[in-house]
Design a protein around this ligand. Sequence first.
Ligand code: MEV
Length: 299
Amino acid sequence: MARACGKIILLGEHAVVYGFPAIAAGIERGAEARAWPSTASRLVVGDHTARPDDGSELGRAYRALLEALDVHDVAVEVSLELPPGCGLGASASVAVATARAVLQATGASEPDQARLLAAAQAWEGIFHGNPSGIDATTAALGGCLRFVRGRGAEPLCLGQALAIAVAIAGPPASTRAMVEAVARLRKTRPSHVEDIFQGIARLVDRAREPLASGAFDLLGQLMDQNQDFLVELGVSTPAMDEACADARKAGALGAKLTGSGGGGAIIALVEPPVEPVLSAWKARGLACFVTVVSAPSAP
Ligand code: MEV
């Protein structure tokens, strides 16, 4: 059995596609995979079965992953603990868990992180077009990390574990479509979008200290400001904005969408008790849960 975690983005989605820094964290829910040698290569994810040569998106992603690992003739079964297309890194967690299981089944002695990431990134490219790599990297490493495209991840120390409430505030959205929408806006209003990205990067820089010290009031404010930028980019939705407002009213320190937006998940930084935030969302009929991010503390 092999596992990989899902992810949330605390700060920096979309800007990260263009080389600006972002902060992400692994969450307990993710994917679990089992693989075994088989001449009938296939991948089963829940109700979906794909073969490397069947032409489906899942089949093409599986094929890209196997080619990157230089492995043939393997069957994989995956159970996914996250809703797909909701900004929680479901696709990357399936990719990393699958790659880990395939390497185990084919007797790879050392889990080679670079190979694993290359395989997960090849998979993500099929689904998302031009992903930054933040989802695959977080699924592989977990913890809380600062990520810059092309430069990889730096683990961040947390002064205190982060309690994050997650709500599904709308139907799934296509990451590819949302990234393309931002690319179009960037083409028509380059300096406006550049200012937004620079603003988001400043929030990321300011987050290091409150993460390390546990000053989560400030971290919550940075998340709120990031959400304002995401609204300006046009990737939030009224339902996501309302769910963020509900969370803040119920005592959350900050709230924002996570991932590409257009629907899917929002996150709220909470301090116990978390029930008021969850109750506010449940009153709106939103599915929600709490996840805790712990990471090595400062030496
Ligand atoms: C997706 O989780 C986050 C985006 O920034 C896309 C990417 O980084 O590839 C929207």
